[in-house]
Design a protein around this ligand. Structure first.
Ligand code: NAD
Length: 466
């Protein structure tokens, strides 16, 4: 293993980095299973030996408490590495498929080969997890990688840039810090895959740049994730689970419930229950509660505060401008053109939208771009089937929020405007692999009917064999 203390590279070297990683890839060393396993072990060691520093960087960037840092970032990555190491041999083994009669005697299989040199661009809200989870998949698949952390999560970005070269093989892995200019420079290079997490607008920039080189992309984007609450539900547990999923990381979670859809007749009871749970979970003064996070920066803080200008606040709404903190806030919005119902909120404000009949929630969702996540709370099986059959979303969780993230067997990614491609577990390994189709024929027997000169009887036999 190469342990190096080489610092992360500067922007002017984007081309050099790409070239040097490419050279490393062609030595073949990253293809070896032993290298991949060893690198995953090093990443685990990086996490284990620097837990404290990581937690304090996340606290500095987002005011994340230790439990949230463990749940959404640290523990997630540890489990991901464990799961990947446990399955790596199987995922990388030849995947046998059947062979048709016409190609007999022969064997067919898929061989997962690494793509080469990949670029991974992370976002600020889970600044460690969103960069390292695709990275785990990329090295598990045998690639070289450049990591570009989000500049908005400054402390985590510089910690990643400091730690990665200490633990990982710097011939194959580099970190480039920076914002728009540095990312633009990186995007101008030719990669074998670009994995981007972030907003839709920059997603388009990434895709345009990738098109220049016909580079495949994974775009992990966002959008407005609806949460339908049916009359037939366990309201207490529903409220508890919505509050947990919405206000984790102060609402700055791409899959947080963005708005609630509920029948008018249930609205007051739901609001009462949400208020009760919010008080229980965050106390009377959430702004002073260390378990409750802050908004990443002033720009995003002001964006969120502006949303409240002409909204009917039914809970919360207080703020601390010095600390960029905004209380968990419930609002009622009747006007469909209000920005709260048009833009992704990505913060601690939860609008409650009423529909005449809960079944109308389906039409409401279908009139909007396809969401990254959809939540449904109901005990009615037929309604559950109806929602699942008639709506589209990257992921769905019935009777809870966010929990699908705990299962590495469930691929994670958007659909339509919420993104393309997916990862986690085997899906991530496959994203960073090319599944090469291989057929191996035997010399033992050669069916003559496909060769010229063609005859009617040959065609008849061919038709039977196909
Ligand atoms: P961001 O500002 O951190 O940007 C993401 C990355 O793009 C950063 O690394 C940044 O340096 C780079 N970047 C920014 N502007 C650029 C430009 N003009 N050209 C090239 N690169 C540029 O994050 P964000 O966009 O504010 O992220 C929030 C969005 O991301 C939300 O929509 C959220 O839903 C989505 N998101 C999605 C997921 C997911 O897994 N699907 C996870 C987190 C966030």
């Amino acid at each position: 293993m190469t342990v190096s203390s080489v610092p992360s590279f500067q922007i002017s070297k984007a081309g050099d980095i790409q070239q040097s990683l490419r050279s490393c890839f062609f030595t073949g060393k990253t293809r070896a299973l032993s290298w991949r396993k060893q690198q995953l072990g090093q990443l685990k060691k990086l996490l284990d030996e620097n837990e404290k520093e990581i937690f304090s960087a996340l606290a500095s960037d987002l005011g994340k408490c230790q439990t949230e840092s463990w749940l959404g970032e640290f523990g997630f990555l540890q489990n991901d590495i464990k799961h990947t190491l446990a399955h790596l041999k199987k995922w990388s083994a030849p995947r046998k498929v059947s062979t048709p009669l016409i190609a007999q005697p022969g064997k067919s299989y898929l061989h997962a080969e690494p793509l080469g040199t990949v670029l991974i661009i992370g976002a600020w809200n889970y600044p460690l997890q969103l960069l390292l989870a695709p990275f785990i998949a990329a090295i598990a698949a045998g690639n070289c990688a450049v990591l570009k952390p989000s500049e908005l999560a400054e402390a985590t970005s510089s910690l990643i840039a400091k730690l990665i070269p200490k633990y990982m093989d710097t011939d194959a892995v580099q970190v480039v810090e920076g914002g728009k200019d540095e990312t633009t420079e990186l995007l101008a290079q030719q990669w074998d895959h670009i994995f981007y997490t972030g907003g839709e607008q920059v997603g388009k920039v990434v895709m345009r740049a990738a098109a220049e080189h016909l580079t495949p992309v994974t775009l992990e984007l966002g959008g407005k994730s609806p949460c339908i609450v049916d009359g037939e539900t366990d309201l207490r547990t529903t409220a508890k689970r919505i509050v947990w999923g919405k206000w984790m990381n102060a609402g700055q979670t791409c899959i947080a419930p963005d708005y609630i859809l509920v029948e008018q007749s249930l609205k007051d009871a739901l609001i009462a229950e949400l208020k009760k749970v919010l008080k229980k979970q965050y106390g009377d003064n959430p702004l002073d509660n260390n378990d409750y996070g802050k908004i990443i920066n002033q720009r995003h803080f002001l964006r969120l505060v502006n949303y409240l200008n002409d909204a009917k606040i039914v809970y919360g709404g207080n703020k601390n401008e010095q600390q960029n903190k905004l209380e968990p806030t419930l609002v009622e919005v009747a006007d469909d053109t209000h920005p709260l119902l048009q833009e992704e909120i990505f913060g601690p404000i939860l609008p409650i939208v009423t529909v005449e009949k809960i079944e109308n929630a389906i039409g409401y969702i279908n009139q909007r771009p396809k969401p990254l996540a959809l939540y449904l709370f109901t005990k009615r099986k037929e309604f559950e089937h109806q929602v699942l059959a008639q709506t589209s979303a990257g992921s769905v969780c019935v009777n809870d929020t966010l929990m699908f993230m705990t299962n590495p067997e469930l691929p994670f990614g958007g659909v339509g405007n919420s993104g393309m491609g997916n990862y986690h577990g085997k899906a991530g390994f496959d994203t960073f692999s090319h599944l090469k189709s291989i057929m191996k024929r035997s010399f033992k027997f050669d069916v003559p009917v496909r060769y010229a000169p063609f005859k009617k009887w040959k065609l008849a036999v061919l038709k039977k064999l196909a």
